[in-house]
Design a binder for this molecule. Structure first.
Ligand SMILES: Cc1ncc(COP(=O)(O)O)c(C=O)c1O
Length: 435
């Protein structure tokens, strides 16, 4: 016998309030679905929706060296668990890949690094949120961000504090709203025992914005000042470098940190972390390979952080997959493989740069207020009614993603030959929706 059931009643019966507030068909996948439908109906649809790099012919771009090395892995690496914190060689490699060639010089000036393997860069973000703040604390984000940041904060019981992604005052650095950053850091340091900020740079998602060395130094100084003025507060700057290898300065933060601490003292209550992600750098999005990397003058403390994060990982996803870890180790332990990986990565970066320079050039011919789009996968047009703008573009067969405060254009998924048509559609849609 089938009786009709009230969904609200069932939810109330089974789910606590923390679960009932969760909703979410992912907007990115929803718009990607519309693109696919249009394509299947034979429309000349342009795909500006997905967050994966596609070749100009629309197929997924994969770094062949990585694929071949995965296929050559031993049964042990295919089948066995990895150690809870990751394969030891992978942990060292993850620090090298995240921090870059400056790692050795940073170690030379007395800074210690350590890492814990995670399922993707998302796992690293989660570990920092879950272990470096207490439930009920606030985490500091920029105003424009990858939307899972909000989900991760909520899953970890954190509220969100914000500072703007661009400065709106004439003087100072155009990409660093320094006064608000300092103010927010000060407020957090006064109201809670620890401060944690995530900064997605370079090649920010969803804008493509990258900071220059002057901007990085201003931000680093703000965190150092916050640590010095609040010696009892733990201050953590987490650098989310998920798209770094496709930026002109992939390891800019390490340069800035090295320059600063070659002469200045590191306040012991300051910690810098990197979120390493192999999803884009090695084109293994679904393999879930990443790491949280720590940098601090105390080796013992770095080791202790590794232990804490491994326990959190154990109680959340158990451990990170072994196969991609051993694959990366094999690639980067072999000069020939590493250089072939680098060549292919360079080719993919060139694809993105060529699309972006044409896109930026065409957009600059209009009045549309494109956000600075320097590197990586995306560009972003701020507007008050993103859904109408995305709908208008879709009428002319360009599919983009309406997000909070604007539309995201996936330069990673639009083939070079479609860039000019995409910019023409954006210009027409803008005039029709905004005026
Ligand atoms: C800004 C940002 N950070 C981190 C990630 C983490 O990616 P993954 O967990 O696949 O490594 C992504 C992926 O899209 C991202 O866009």
């Amino acid at each position: 016998m089938v009786i009709s059931m009230d969904l609200g009643h069932l939810e109330n019966t089974f789910l606590p309030i923390e679960s009932r507030i969760k909703t979410g068909s992912d907007v990115i996948f929803a718009w990607y679905g519309r693109y696919q439908q249009a394509k299947a109906l034979g429309e000349p649809a342009i795909n500006g929706t997905v967050g994966s790099l596609l070749e100009d012919d629309g197929t997924l771009a994969v770094n062949k060296v990585v694929m071949d090395t995965i296929r050559g892995q031993s049964d042990l690496n295919l089948s066995a668990y990895a150690p809870l914190a990751g394969l030891p060689q992978f942990k060292r490699l993850a620090a090298e890949l995240a921090v870059g060639p400056r790692l050795a010089s940073l170690n030379d000036i007395g800074l210690h690094s350590g890492a814990v393997a995670t399922p993707g860069g998302t796992g690293a973000l989660y570990l920092s949120a879950r272990t470096m703040l207490a439930v009920g604390d606030s985490i500091l984000f920029r105003s424009s961000r990858w939307s899972p940041y909000d989900t991760l904060a909520s899953e970890c019981g954190l509220t969100i504090s914000e500072w703007p992604i661009l400065s709106n005052i004439e003087e100072g650095h155009p990409k660093v709203a320094l006064n608000v950053l300092e103010e927010e850091l000060g407020k957090l340091a006064k109201s809670q025992e620890r401060v944690l900020a995530w900064l997605n740079d370079p090649a920010h998602n969803p804008t493509g914005l990258s900071l220059d060395s002057a901007g990085r130094e201003l931000i680093l100084d703000a965190f150092i000042d916050c640590a010095i003025s609040n010696p009892n507060v733990g201050v953590t700057l987490f650098l989310d470098t998920a798209y770094a290898v496709y930026a002109d300065e992939p390891y800019g933060w390490s340069e800035t940190i090295h320059q600063k601490f070659s002469w200045a003292n590191w306040p012991e209550n300051l910690l810098i972390c990197w979120g390493f992600s192999a999803s884009k750098s090695h084109t293994i999005y679904g393999m879930r390979c990443g790491a949280i990397v720590f940098l601090h003058p105390s080796e013992d403390y770095v080791n202790r952080l590794g232990e804490v994060c491994a326990v959190t990982g154990r109680g959340t996803w158990s451990l990170a997959p072994r196969l991609p870890q051993s694959t990366l180790v094999d690639i980067h332990n072999d000069e020939l493989l590493a250089s072939s990986w680098g060549d292919e990565k360079g080719r993919l970066k060139k694809l993105l740069s060529e699309r972006r320079s044409l896109f930026n050039k065409k957009m600059a011919e209009s009045e549309i207020p494109l956000m600075p789009s320097d590197d990586g996968y995306f560009a972003f047009i701020p507007c008050d009614d993103p859904v109408s703008l995305a709908e208008k573009a879709a009428e002319s067969h360009l599919y983009v993603v309406p997000l909070k405060g604007g539309i995201r254009i996936g330069l990673c998924s639009i083939g070079f030959d479609n860039i000019v048509r995409a910019t023409d559609i954006l210009k027409e849609s803008w005039v029709s929706v905004v005026g």
